[in-house]
Design a protein around this ligand. Structure first.
Ligand SMILES: Nc1ncnc2c1ncn2[C@@H]1O[C@H](COP(=O)(O)OP(=O)(O)OP(=O)(O)O)[C@@H](O)[C@H]1O
Length: 311
């Protein structure tokens, strides 16, 4: 799972707000290799913390319990060291370092708080941010991101919790939230809110670098109830579209885009000059609209990427 606080506004220095650099890793133990799971952080001195990578191990499912499968045979989590060890055999292993290591006991709330909440807070401050889930089919990407928590509220995933925090922070009278929900399959972008719209172009503004998808449905959302309804519609359309195409959801990327417009007041210092004497006048506030975007991506099952042509 990776999160990025400023990935969308490429080339825009004003959106660069690095997180605090983390201490450098200690030396790996003899006989093991220590690898960073976050290649962007290798050059940590240049852009510390722009991309953070967390790993989450899901609990064993019923089938794995029946088979008495033991994850510990191949994977060992060291959350306090933020490391994951993959065993090749009894005497050889590879160690990977992450920004966060979440065990099978980590709740949805904890995962949201360490992975996505900092990104959502940045988005509310006017930055663009992305949260992506990557992993093989059945590893828990959709569970982590897309769970609605209708039966058990503690199951709510990152999408639902993010929107709760967004609504809690926005002012309904002056701010607005619009949402689009798309699916990328075989380089074709489909609108999950209007399935007939199944060949949406991706356009990049050559000057600003802004990427837009003209024609994608944008729904203004005013409360959590309508957001949940939108997710339900999107998920139903995703299943229907994949049934029609004879594919599985794990072969496509699902992309939720939340556009936020906030009204902010910017105060100004005005210096006036009368009879040659400069004087400061009162600071009137002028209203500005600040736009930012949260993108949540449920990536295709990583083992399908090459087979399905989704990249
Ligand atoms: N942390 C978890 N706790 C309990 N159950 C989980 C957890 N993570 C995943 N599961 C369960 O594991 C199964 C597979 O999860 P999920 O569908 O989220 O995987 P996925 O990675 O999105 O797969 P795909 O790529 O095929 O869409 C589901 O039944 C889900 O409820």
């Amino acid at each position: 799972m990776a999160s990025n606080r400023n990935g969308v506004q490429r080339g825009s220095a004003k959106f660069d707000r690095p997180l605090k650099p983390r201490p450098r890793p200690s030396s790996p133990s003899p006989g093991s290799a220590l690898r960073r799971a976050n290649p962007a952080a290798r050059n940590a001195d240049a852009v510390p913390g722009r991309v953070r990578v967390a790993v989450r191990l899901r609990p064993r499912n019923a089938e794995e319990m029946m088979a008495d499968a033991d994850f510990a045979d191949c994977v060992e989590l060291q959350p306090e060291l933020k490391r994951l060890k993959l065993r090749r055999n009894n005497w050889d292993s590879d160690t990977y370092e992450f920004d966060e290591v979440l065990t099978e006991f980590a709740s949805q709330k904890r995962v949201y708080e360490v992975v996505a909440k900092p990104v959502v807070e940045s988005v509310l401050d006017g930055y663009n941010g992305t949260v992506m889930a990557y992993g093989q089919t059945g590893t828990g990407k959709t569970f982590t991101l897309g769970r609605l928590g209708e039966v058990d509220a503690s199951d709510r995933g990152i999408m639902v919790r993010s929107m709760e925090d967004i609504f809690a922070d926005l002012s309904p009278n002056t701010d607005s939230v619009t949402v689009s929900y798309l699916q990328l399959y075989m380089e074709t972008l489909q609108d999950l809110l209007n399935p007939a719209n199944d060949n949406i172009p991706i356009v990049e503004d050559p000057r600003s670098g802004d990427v837009s998808m003209p024609g994608a449905t944008l729904v203004e959302i005013t409360d959590q109830h309508s957001f949940l309804e939108l997710l339900r519609v999107g998920e139903a359309n995703r299943i229907a579209a994949n049934t029609k195409l004879n594919t599985e959801s794990s072969r496509s990327h699902a992309i939720l885009m939340v556009h936020i417009k906030r009204s902010v007041l910017e105060s100004e210092d005005i210096v006036s000059s009368q009879n040659g004497d400069a004087s400061h006048l009162t600071k009137p506030s002028k209203p500005l609209v600040r736009k930012s975007k949260l993108v949540v991506v449920d990536l295709a099952g990583s083992e399908r990427v090459h087979k399905s042509g989704v990249c």
